[in-house]
Write a protein that binds this ligand. Structure first.
Ligand code: HXC
Length: 519
């Protein structure tokens, strides 16, 4: 009898904890088109796999009458569960409890799952929906943030860390997601900024809406702070499940193999025709990627940011890889500051988590001009160089068309430790394009000709001479910078063979405390 009462007490407490800040606030959350913390966790994880920690923890603040406002579990739901059977640790801020604002207790709960995730070597997924530091707790709340940040830093490169922003994320609170590997935002209801519209108005006089200051579009298209955007929370959580399926549990594991029926020697004749005769005409690099990877499945990362470069995950004969590809359909695939930041961060992520890198090159150069130079393209471009040069994972590069100058070097060239470099017959590997080269080499001779027709004829001839010399892969192949020139339709097979050969690759960097990448 007594035990029955005790069990009933437990069940009552659990029911109370599951109500968070109460039914009224849950209804208000739903009315905004948002799910509660537990609903989100249940959608993210395999059905019935969630094990919750610290359901009965409460905050310890007595000021401002808070001793009379106690909610079991406080403003965050934490624990672990599985995604496709693999363990992940999770926390989801509960907006129904003090607006999900961070208390000392909440920080302890979040740190507990982060510490345990580090011990067992499993990813951490955080779902943010919070009014920031709990105002009533003052510096204890700030210290709580710092405790989380330190763990984000320690875990970086050890376990994958993923953040979903499903509500407000403001002030210094943005820095925990910013320290993680990937951020996903929902189109509606989610925003991130250091200072809100009101403070912006006071300090700078600028009138700006919450959306325009830090909405999902802003951070996916303009700032690059967020890598994924979802129309709904359901879609976002599914995207995270998909993302996790490409990643190893930690930096000591290989990424998970995904069985496929897609034949390794599947040829695509259309690839032999995809490069236009006119070297200045764009084509669809996505078409090449989807053609060569397993089952045409490609998870694009940072899809809406710096679209002149494509990065994302795919499989080759079941092996997960990171793909980096120039996109001639956007600014001719030129590299600029944002593309360099995007590419470098992606390459470093792949290297940290043992994911081989396949690079598809069609790059006319770095974007010239004062905007880029004043913005520090030298340092940003150097990040790409650094990331490729430091990466020890298997690296396979296929040059499909242009590969000019400095941009040739940053896109997985042989001397920056790419392992196997292939080129299509359409490849052009040179210091610069024909028109620029002729201008530099023969500009004076050309300018001396007064007759326009005669001048145009000379320019055409000089450019043709230059093309004959460099607009092919054989000049580079002659020096061993290209290992083989391959038929485009065989690209999938050749990449898979290369990756198979490189599977046991071991390479190291010199011992050091850490590198000094040009941040
Ligand atoms: C305590 C908070 C809170 C906070 C919200 N609440 N933010 N309680 N500390 N920071 C409470 C509200 O009092 C309310 O309680 C409930 O949460 C829901 O908030 P509402 O305002 O009713 O919701 P909504 O209209 O949706 O507005 C959400 C909001 C707004 C935009 C997030 O609450 C807001 O502006 N909050 C303050 C944001 C902020 O400035 N935070 C500090 C940022 S600086 P009841 O009881 O009515 O349900 C910071 C420093 C971090 O965080 C530094 C880290 C290093």
């Amino acid at each position: 009898m007594v035990i029955e009462q005790k069990i009933q007490e437990l069940l009552d407490k659990r029911a109370q904890a599951r109500l968070g800040g109460g039914q009224k606030r849950i209804d208000s959350q739903h009315a905004k088109g948002k799910y509660t913390a537990r609903e989100r966790i249940n959608m993210l994880l395999d059905e019935g796999s969630f094990e919750e920690f610290d359901m009965f923890l409460t905050h310890r603040t007595t000021d401002f009458g808070l001793d009379k406002q106690q909610y079991l579990g406080d403003g965050v739901v934490t624990g672990y569960g599985t995604i496709e059977g693999r363990v992940v640790y999770v926390y989801a801020q509960d907006f129904t409890v003090f607006g999900g604002s961070l208390s000392e207790t909440m920080s302890k709960k979040i740190c507990k799952v982060m510490d345990q995730a580090m011990k067992v070597g499993a990813p951490v997924i955080g779902i943010c929906d919070s009014g920031g530091a709990r105002i009533q707790e003052g510096s204890r709340s700030l210290a709580g943030y710092a405790e989380i940040f330190q763990r984000n830093i320690d875990a970086s490169g050890v376990i994958p860390q993923i953040s979903a922003i499903f509500g407000p994320c403001a002030g210094g609170a943005v820095y925990s997601p910013a320290l993680t590997d990937f951020i996903l935002m929902t189109e509606q209801n989610s925003y991130m900024f250091l200072t809100g519209p009101k403070v912006v108005k006071t300090v700078t006089g600028e009138d700006v809406s919450t959306e325009d200051l830090g909405g999902a579009l802003v951070h996916n298209q303009k700032s690059g702070v967020s890598q994924f955007m979802a129309a709904t929370e359901e879609e976002g959580l599914q995207m995270i499940r998909d993302l996790v399926s490409y990643l190893p549990q930690n930096n000591l594991e290989e990424p998970p193999y995904r069985p496929t029926e897609d034949p390794i020697d599947r040829k695509d004749d259309a690839l032999n025709e995809i490069i236009p005769d006119n070297p200045n005409k764009p084509y669809d690099m996505q078409r090449i990627i989807h053609s060569i990877v397993d089952d045409g499945k490609f998870l694009e990362v940072h899809k809406d940011f710096a679209r002149n470069l494509i990065v994302g995950f795919a499989h080759f004969n079941g092996m997960p890889v990171g793909i980096v590809a120039n996109n001639p359909a956007f600014f001719a695939g030129v590299l600029d500051i944002n593309a360099s930041r995007k590419g470098a961060r992606f390459v470093r992520f792949c290297d940290a988590f043992n994911i081989p890198i396949v690079t598809l090159v069609d790059v006319p150069g770095f974007l010239p001009g004062t905007v880029q130079e004043y913005g520090g393209i030298i340092s940003h471009g150097a990040k790409m160089l650094f990331a490729y040069g430091e990466a020890t994972v298997p690296k396979v590069t296929v040059t499909v068309r242009k590969s000019y100058g400095g941009s040739h070097l940053v896109m997985g060239c042989k001397q920056l430790r790419a392992d196997i470099n292939y080129a299509w017959p359409s490849a052009e590997i040179a210091v610069m394009g024909p028109s620029g080269a002729v201008e530099v080499l023969d500009g004076k001779e050309i300018a001396a000709i007064t007759d326009p027709a005669e001048r145009a004829e000379l320019v055409a001839k000089k450019e043709q001479d230059y093309r004959n010399k460099f607009a092919n892969p054989y000049d580079a192949a002659k020096f061993g910078y290209i290992d083989d020139v391959i038929e485009p339709r065989n690209t999938r097979f050749r990449i898979i063979r290369a990756l198979q050969a490189l599977e046991t690759k071991r390479d190291t960097n010199p011992p050091k405390k850490h590198c000094n990448i040009p941040l």
